[in-house]
Design a binder for this molecule. Structure first.
Ligand SMILES: Cc1cc2nc3c(=O)[nH]c(=O)nc-3n(C[C@H](O)[C@H](O)[C@H](O)COP(=O)(O)O)c2cc1C
Length: 140
């Protein structure tokens, strides 16, 4: 399987989280790509077997949290995903509100089967991300 990881990071935490996720994907025997949303090619990402999209949390700390506009715009650019497995993730400081379910809905609107939602309060992969990786078939 090839897993495409795309992230938006302002100060580097989401980038480091995405890179750690990429290492977990690699260690599980899959191929991966990892790109900032500003450089990712929507056609290449849509062609992967599984997709992970992450953003830093933008909002008023306790309320109105959302993914960045660049993240949302990127999701909307993806061609139909025909039930491909997908996950959304974010890094945050205080609270994420409905940000992850909203990202998941947006990705579902592109046809993805969103089976993972992960949040971390720092520059690392969520521990439970490994379980999501294990749901992907090897070599598929
Ligand atoms: C303008 C701004 C708004 C933020 N709003 C929130 C928020 O609503 N909730 C929260 O938990 N963290 C919020 N944060 C914190 C960041 O989401 C958090 O530090 C994140 O890990 C940064 O990721 P990055 O290093 O990849 O940019 C905000 C940060 C900034 C700069």
């Amino acid at each position: 399987m090839k897993v495409a990881i795309v992230y938006d990071s302002k100060t580097g935490k989401t980038r480091r989280a995405a890179e750690e996720m990429a290492a977990m994907v690699r260690d599980a025997g899959h191929e991966y790509s990892v790109h900032p949303v500003q450089e990712a090619d929507p056609a290449e990402v849509a062609a992967a077997d599984a997709i992970c999209i992450g953003s830093w949390t933008q909002g008023l700390m306790l309320i109105l949290q959302h993914a960045t506009q660049a993240t949302i715009d990127f999701i909307d650019l993806l061609s139909p995903l025909h039930g491909k497995p997908a996950a959304v993730f974010c890094t945050y400081l205080v609270a994420t509100g409905k940000m992850l379910p909203k990202m998941a809905d947006r990705l579902r609107a592109r046809g993805a089967d969103v089976t993972g939602q992960f949040k971390v309060r720092g520059p690392m992969a969520a521990k439970s991300f490994g379980e999501w990786v294990r749901t992907l078939e090897k070599g598929g």
